[in-house]
Design a protein around this ligand. Sequence first.
Ligand SMILES: *Cc1c(COP(=O)(O)O)cnc(C)c1O
Length: 348
Amino acid sequence: MKTLNNGHSLENLVRRNVRELAPYSSARQEYTGEASLWLDANENPYGGGVNRYPDPLQKELREELAQLRGVAPESILLGNGSDEILDLLFRAFCRPGTDRVLYFTPTYGMYRVIAGINDVEAVAVPSGAGFQPDLSAAASLLGDSSLKLTLLCSPNNPTGNCISRPLLDEILCTAAGLVVLDEAYIDFAPGASMLPELARYPNLVVVQTFSKGWGLAGARLGVAYASPAIVGILNRIRFPYNINTLTQNLVREKLRNSGEVFARVEQLIEERRVLVRSLEQLPQVLQVYPSDANFLLVRFDCPGRAYQYLLEQGIVVRNVSGAVAGCLRITVGTPAENRLLVAAVAGL
Ligand SMILES: *Cc1c(COP(=O)(O)O)cnc(C)c1O
C-alpha cells in the first residue's frame, strides 16, 4: 500500500472500477522481440508510414523527453493535449456525484468544464491578494477526504503570475488527495517549475504541454510528470493509441532541436518586456499586470469597448473581464504583430 506524504494511500484514492479494471492489451504491447511480419492488428500493409498504429507506449518519445527533463520515463504520461490528462485524472480519482475538486479563481476555464463533464463537484475559491491561492478560505475543504484533486495553475491563466513557493509547499503538505500543478506556461518562467520536487511530494502531478513554449499547439501533446504509481494508474484508463505517429515523430524532432525552441522562448520573453513598456505608456491602458507567461493581463476603463474596437481593427484578444474586472488578455506575438496591437490601442 503506497502512502502519500499527506498520509493518504494512493490505492484508496483510486476509484474502485479503475483499480479493478483489466486494461486493454494489444498483441504488440505483449510482444517484445523483433518481428518480421505484423499480422496482428488488421492494418493495411500498403501506405506511406501511417498505415501502422502508433507505438502505444510512446517508448522513444518518453525516453527522449525523460532525458531532457531529468526524470525517469516511468514518471511520464503523455496525453492528447493537457486537457486529456486532466480528464484522465478526473476519471481515475473522482467518483461522479460524490467526490470534489478544488481550484482558485480566476483560473483556466477547462477545470470547471472537465469537472462538469465528469459530474464532479468543483469548489471554486476566490484567490487572495496578488492572485495567490487563499488557503484560509479553502481550509475546511483542504483536509476533507472528499477532496480528490486540488488544481493549481502556475503561471496562472489568465493572470500571468506564479504561485508563491511557500504556498505551493503548504498546499502540497495539507491537501487531501492529489495536487495537480498545471505548468502550461512554465517555459516562460525559468526556474519556477516544481518538477525537481516530484520525489519529495508523491501527491504531486505536474502537467505541462507542448502547446505554448514549444509552439506545437496543433500537434496536441500534453505531459504529466508524477510518481510511477500515479502514472501506472492513469495508464490503466488511457486509450492505447492516444498519441498519433505524426505527433510522436514531430515532437521527437523538436526535442532534438530544443536549443532553437529555448532561443525562441527567450525572444518571446524579451518581446513581452517590450510590449509591457509600450502599453504602459498609453493613457488608454490603466494597468499591465506582471506576467510570467506569454500573454499580458491588461486593464482598461471600458474593456468591452476596447475589445470591440480591437475586433473592428481585425485584432482578436480575449475578453476576460468576467473573470478579472476591466481586463483583456493579450497574447505576445511577433514584434510586427505587437506593434500593430500597440498602434491600435493608441487609437482607442
Ligand atoms: C493553453 C493551456 C493549456 C494547454 O492545453 P493543451 O490541451 O495542452 O493545448 C493547459 N493549461 C492551461 C492553463 C492553458 O492555458
